[in-house]
Design a binder for this molecule. Structure first.
Ligand code: GLN
Ligand code: ZN
Length: 783
């Protein structure tokens, strides 16, 4: 008998192109430099290259319709004709202009994302709202439904791309976002409307698409229902049964691979196994333990797709170790009803490790990007299909890399592990309680009521970006670049003094990115040249790679802080990124728990805090912009995460004296469910996003009787709009209904780096005027 490979799937691949070709094409199209045909031709060539690459690497279950010009949720909305009225669509094929208006707003209003989920309100038609796709850094366009919502087939993209692949010689398994996850992720303008109730109206369109796919020769489709890894209510479980029941009834011979990822099925296992589908994909990286239960309970004929290669991280697998685990599945079920796959679509990892000539060769040998992962999958498929011999060299190399990584001194620093292991409770507590500290700080700073400050960054102008890239290219030398940054900083400090801000910042001009800047100065981090991952639309990020024990060879920010403070007598905030945010925005090592890696970063940041204090910094801000987004998908896991996340913040912040004021900043607006943790962080001052929610989110702080000081953002920095004094005063009055005057600061929602100086100048002048007006009402009241 000749050995045959077990089918190998990818579930989806990166769309952006190895050299970010899609970004270039999109931006050129948006700016009017190229036409629609050119954009579509680039997109087609990226798809073709993707299909060819997969086939060449031994992938046998190749996806189609995983490509998107912007976002797959947006594509789904367009497919089913769920286009909000504002975009003026009246039926027929959805024009590209409408598609991009939904994505980016009309009249060029583009998103800016300094924060977790901000978007530009712009002028003209606003873009649809955007938010994070589960616990990834990918942002999707939030579907928007109304009570009169109807659905109609408005795009044949899924069918077109299936046929396109076929004409190139690839028989693909088209990917559709499942109807239940699609509705669950949507929101409704009418509070009375539960999006899920739209399922009966939506299903005919899905069935129409599936019917057309089947008529054109598709035998399998992949339907993604990642909502199955969330805590689901009964209504959602029933909706899943309805949806897949209808599909099975309408198309009895079309096989559905129901795809779940980003976690285990847990208590939804029964629901998943009861659906009339031909296949079920499991994330066995996040939830390896579910394999046994599934092997036990899955009906005989169900094809299991085993997601064993990590689609969310960049580490090379230990293939022989994986094989040992998988053999069990093969013994139990035979090879006919198994497929091998990544845990989720490869969309979330960079494309090709071979584009990284600068990486340390050892580190490189431990990594695997999308292309390498396809090769790993194919190797597994061959080995499991009985061809272990044919891939023995690959297996040996894989085991060897795993062993080398485990033993490497580049990864393991005994001093760091020893220090992290001995973090004593004293390292997690300030000397005194907040009330005592507040007293000491009041005496030291003597700030007016409603003190004003900003969050850290000032506009990153084209000049700043130009200087940075010239410096990176080597056309601007160290001295000239430093001089440029000093001038920029000085001007910004002087301007803040001039308009009368109470607590100043240096502007962060020397920072490329709030995580990368620190990663580059810490040991244990590496950076790629082309390791881009889509964040949203044409915006890609290059997350740092945290590969080893973390330490801080030398101070990272003290020099810039000292320079900035030397320019003024006003307090200058030291400005740091917190450990949880650094962790959550990096590719993190998988050989230690996340909490362990985070504690190491926390200790490094603690050293920096200490050094800033010694240098004279009286206020130090530690940003935890990404603390909330690190929350596990299942509520039962929140506490464990929050416990270590808070502990890490306290490790960095608790080494200072009572008179040193610790600030933190968080750019999101939901605190109700994590307010205990926020309070436990015990920062002296926290600045948060509140302007868009009209201070509603302060309710959490009020009900909780949050004792420390708060700067509720009064200036929405996601919008180019300049807020008036009256508006900001109104917002502060709302804040004063919920919090004591002595607790309140006046500041913007977030950093100003994405704004223009023309917007920032009048906005901050107005903000200072707002604080002054509030102070004078206090004075009048006292008379
Ligand atoms: N200090 C950072 C800044 O002002 C904070 C950014 C953020 O919270 N995303 O840009
Ligand atoms: Zn922010």
């Amino acid at each position: 008998m000749t050995p045959s490979s077990i089918p190998v799937a990818t579930l989806g691949t990166p769309r952006i192109g190895p050299r970010r070709e899609l970004k270039t094409a999109l931006e050129s199209f948006w700016s009017g430099k190229s036409d629609e045909a050119t954009l579509l031709a680039t997109a087609a060539s990226l798809r073709a290259a993707n299909w060819d690459r997969q086939k060449a690497l031994g992938v046998s279950v190749i996806p189609s319709n995983d490509f998107s010009l912007y976002d797959q949720l947006l594509d789904t909305g367009v497919m089913v004709g769920a286009i909000p009225q504002a975009y003026g669509w009246t039926g027929g094929k959805v024009p590209l202009a409408t598609y991009f208006a939904m994505a980016r707003g009309a009249e060029g209003g583009s998103h800016d994302h300094s924060c977790t989920h901000g978007h530009d309100h712009g002028h003209g038609v606003p873009a649809q709202e955007m938010t994070k796709w589960f616990d990834t850094n990918y942002h999707y366009m939030v579907p928007e439904f109304s009570a009169e919502q109807t659905f109609t087939l408005a795009s044949l993209k899924a069918v077109d791309e299936f046929l396109e692949a076929r004409s190139l010689g690839h028989h693909t398994r088209p990917v559709l976002l499942g109807p239940v996850t699609y509705l669950k992720l949507g929101k409704s303008k009418d509070p009375a409307l539960d999006p899920l109730s739209l399922l009966p109206r939506l299903m005919p369109v899905y069935i129409d698409v599936l019917r057309r796919l089947a008529a054109n020769g598709a035998d399998w489709v992949q339907m993604d229902e990642p909502c199955l890894v969330l805590d689901l209510d009964t209504a959602t479980q029933l909706a899943l049964r309805d949806a897949y029941g209808m599909i099975a009834y309408a198309l009895p011979s079309l096989k559905v691979m129901l795809t779940t990822y980003f976690g285990g099925l847990g208590d939804n296992l029964h629901t998943a196994l009861s659906l009339p589908v031909a296949g079920l994909h499991l994330d066995l990286v996040r939830a390896p333990e579910q394999l046994d239960a599934v092997l036990e309970k899955a009906p005989r004929g169900l094809v299991l797709s085993l997601g064993v290669i990590d689609g969310r991280n960049i580490w090379r697998a230990d293939l022989p170790a994986l094989l040992d685990r998988l053999e069990r599945a093969v013994t139990r079920r035979g090879t006919d009803h198994l497929q091998i796959a990544p845990s989720c679509s490869l969309l979330h990892v960079p494309i090709d490790l071979e584009l990284e000539p600068d990486l340390d060769p050892d580190l490189k040998s431990w990594l695997s990007f999308s292309v390498q992962k396809m090769d790993e999958l194919a190797t597994l498929g061959t080995a499991l299909g009985g061809g272990r011999d044919r891939v023995k060299d690959k297996l040996a190399a894989s085991a060897q890399a795993a062993a080398a990584r485990k033993a490497s001194p580049k990864v393991h620093d005994p001093d760091v592990t020893a220090r992290a292991a001995s973090v004593a409770t004293v390292l997690k507590h300030r000397d005194s309680a907040f009330a005592v500290r507040a007293q000491a700080q009041r005496q030291r700073f003597n700030l007016p009521a409603f003190p004003t400050t900003t969050i850290g960054s000032f506009p990153q102008t084209p000049e700043v970006r130009k200087a940075r890239s010239a410096y990176a290219k080597g056309t601007l030398d160290d001295a000239a670049y430093a001089q440029f940054l000093r001038e920029e900083t000085e001007r910004t400090v002087r301007w803040q003094e001039e308009i009368g801000l109470d607590v100043l910042v240096h502007g962060e001009f020397e920072r490329n990115d709030m995580v990368q800047y620190f990663g580059e100065q810490l040991s244990g981090f590496a950076f790629t040249r082309h390791g881009w991952v889509q964040s949203y639309g044409s915006r890609y990020v290059r997350p740092p790679v945290l590969f080893g024990d973390v330490s801080r060879p030398e101070p990272m920010t003290v020099e810039w802080w000292s320079y900035a403070q030397s320019l003024t007598d006003k307090p200058m905030k030291g400005m740091l990124t917190g450990p949880v945010t650094i962790l959550n925005w990096s590719f993190v090592r998988n050989d230690v728990p996340r909490s362990t890696a985070c504690r190491q970063i926390a200790l490094a940041i603690r050293d920096e805090v200490q050094d800033l204090e010694t240098a004279g910094a009286a206020m130090i801000q530690i940003d935890e912009a990404a603390l909330r987004e690190g929350l596990p998908l299942r509520k039962s896991e929140w506490k464990t995460y929050l416990d270590w996340a808070v502990e890490c913040f306290r490790i960095c912040s608790s080494g200072v004296t009572d008179e040193t004021q610790i600030h933190t900043h968080m750019c999101y607006s939901e605190f109700n469910d994590i307010i205990d943790a926020i309070a436990a962080m015990d920062a002296d001052v926290i600045s948060i996003e509140t302007s868009r929610s009209k201070m509603e989110l302060l309710d959490a702080f009020w009900t909780y009787k949050y004792p420390n000081e708060i700067g509720p953002g009064v200036y929405d920095i996601h919008s180019p709009r300049v807020p008036e004094v009256g508006e900001m005063t109104d917002l502060m009055m709302l804040a004063r209904q919920r919090l004591a005057d002595a607790q309140l600061w006046v500041n913007p929602d977030c950093g100003l780096k994405t704004r223009k100086w023309e917007e920032v100048r009048p906005a901050l002048v107005n903000m200072v005027a707002t604080a002054r007006a509030l102070r004078s009402t206090l004075a009048e009241a006292a008379e």
